[in-house]
Ligand binder design. Structure first.
Ligand SMILES: [Zn+2]
Length: 510
């Protein structure tokens, strides 16, 4: 184990601290089942010289054959003089049958004999500095992650950073109940879309909104952006049972700053690093349900008013119950599920009739409050985008056509070459296969584009703007999304009196 620290590396940088270098090397020794012999340290000596006491001691031990392997955290620990460092790796270590490993640079002179060659080494040299820095940072991060320290710059929703202990999570009591609610709702058969609607309707800010404003609820907004993706990420996150899983994403290399997902077994997992918000049983149950039905789960009967109906008395969500009368006939009614257990009212309202009543009401409101002029303008704006997209597709199709005809020319050409004996049968077949597979790829691409293209055209031809507006105003067919945009919730009381809370303050109907 060779460790070096010096001023030129900026001692204050934790990445280069002796403790950190030691930790990384010890882990490597452990993971690779190596036998540790000795630690050599040069503290405060520059890497540009090789006349260092620790390093000299190491060379001495190589020569008297008490060690056969040298490990450093990275190449620059061995030395900053690249030519000299290269000489050690290329000739000195191999001559003495010593295996050299620079962990974060991925250098292992025994792993691949070509690594003993100075040539690839010279190639690294050019951008060594950049590589050094980026690797250094990444490896320190990983080390911290392995210790269960949380390095996410943004803690998961429901947690916040500990005020004193660096990289430690504590529960954010402002929003931890929302996380609990999300898990409980999902476990009670509510799909992610429904949960999102619930949170949005109750004016809860999404994690990003909460981060920006510090508000849990905001009653002055018109848009709330909880969605399926945010929710399914929360439901899958082990952070809520107290585990820290990091290294989920990685950058491919210091040159290609592309983010890649890391396979599960390479992620860094540390259990019980902080206080859980969700108990393990509930979490397990949710994971089972997620696997079974995914986050796209839709209830068997998706009633239009599902999720909007509340009991006026106990403020709980009302249940829509199906009662089978015969094989073909069933009665659907609305009831408060607390009427048995907590003495609330059974309500017993005919769902179908109630739904029709609400739909009629919404239609009236829409007619009264949307101006056809406004709808007309919006439609024209929308249509312009559609026409632009269409033009774009046409251009792409023309480009593909050109490529197809070029490929055809190539196929003709090699055919002539074959007839004239310019190329061999084998080569002809090879080229022919290559070009025809290119051609069929292009044809598929073209067909895909044409499909989209056709759809747009069809829409433009079939409906006139006025027809579209008319059908929107009629709300036929009515879509749940309209209702959710308009209505916050509908409360029903024991005398079947209905209170509709709209998402805009201008109307209130009782
Ligand atoms: Zn009730």
């Amino acid at each position: 184990m060779y460790i070096r620290l010096s001023r030129e590396d900026g001692d204050k940088q934790e990445s280069e601290s002796i403790g950190n270098q030691r930790k990384i090397i010890q882990r490597y020794i452990q993971e690779n089942n190596l036998m540790f012999i000795k630690e050599y340290i040069d503290d405060g000596i520059s890497g540009t010289t090789f006349d260092r006491p620790g390093f000299n001691e190491l060379l001495h031990d190589i020569e008297n054959k008490s060690i056969n392997m040298v490990i450093t955290k990275d190449l620059s620990r061995l030395g900053r003089d690249y030519i000299k460092t290269g000489e050690y790796i290329e000739s000195y270590f191999p001559q003495n049958k010593v295996r050299y490993v620079a962990i974060t640079d991925g250098i292992d002179t025994f792993a691949d004999s070509t690594n003993n060659d100075i040539t690839p080494f010279k190639a690294i040299m050019n951008d060594m500095y950049a590589k050094d820095i980026s690797r250094k940072i990444r490896s320190v991060y990983k080390e911290k992650q392995k210790n269960g320290e949380n390095l996410c710059s943004i803690p998961a929703f429901g947690y916040k950073k500990h005020p004193d202990i660096k990289n430690k999570l504590i529960i954010d009591n402002n929003v931890s109940d929302i996380v609990k609610k999300i898990f409980e709702m999902y476990a009670n058969n509510h799909g992610c879309v429904e949960i999102a609607n619930y949170l949005n309707n109750n004016k809860y800010l999404s994690p990003s909104g909460y981060r920006k404003t510090g508000l849990v609820q905001d009653f002055n907004k018109t848009n709330y952006d909880w969605n399926k993706v945010t929710l399914s990420n929360i439901l899958k996150n082990e952070v809520y049972i107290g585990n820290t899983i990091q290294n989920k994403k990685t950058v491919v290399s210091y040159k290609v700053k592309k983010i890649m997902s890391v396979e599960k077994d390479k992620q860094i997992r540390v259990n019980n690093t902080h206080e859980p918000i969700i108990n393990k049983d509930l979490f397990e149950k949710v994971q089972c349900m997620l696997n079974k039905r995914g986050t796209n789960f839709k209830p068997k009967y998706d009633y239009l008013l599902r999720g909007l109906l509340y009991c006026y008395h106990c403020k709980n969500k009302l249940q829509i119950v199906v009662k089978k009368k015969s094989n073909t006939n069933s009665y659907i009614y609305i009831t408060c599920c607390n009427h048995k257990s907590k003495g609330c009212y059974p309500l017993n309202i005919n769902y179908k009739k109630f739904e029709n009543y609400i739909i009629d009401l919404i239609k009236k409101i829409i007619r009264e409050y949307s101006s056809p002029r406004f709808l007309h303008d919006s439609y024209e704006k929308f249509n312009k985008t559609r026409i632009d997209t269409n033009k774009n597709y046409k251009k792409k199709i023309m480009q593909i056509d050109k490529l197809i005809s070029e490929t055809n020319d190539r196929i003709d050409k090699i055919y002539m070459d074959r007839l004239n004996g310019i190329i061999l049968e084998d080569d002809y077949v090879r080229y022919y296969n290559k070009f025809t597979s290119e051609r069929s790829n292009l044809i598929t691409q073209k067909q895909d584009l044409e499909k989209v293209n056709f759809k747009v055209k069809e829409n433009v031809n079939t409906y006139s703007i006025n027809n579209l507006i008319e059908s929107f105003l009629k709300l036929e067919p009515i879509e749940k999304i309209y209702l959710y945009r308009l209505i916050d919730k509908i409360e029903i009381d024991k005398n079947k009196k209905v209170f509709i809370h709209f998402n805009f303050s201008s109307i209130k109907i009782e």
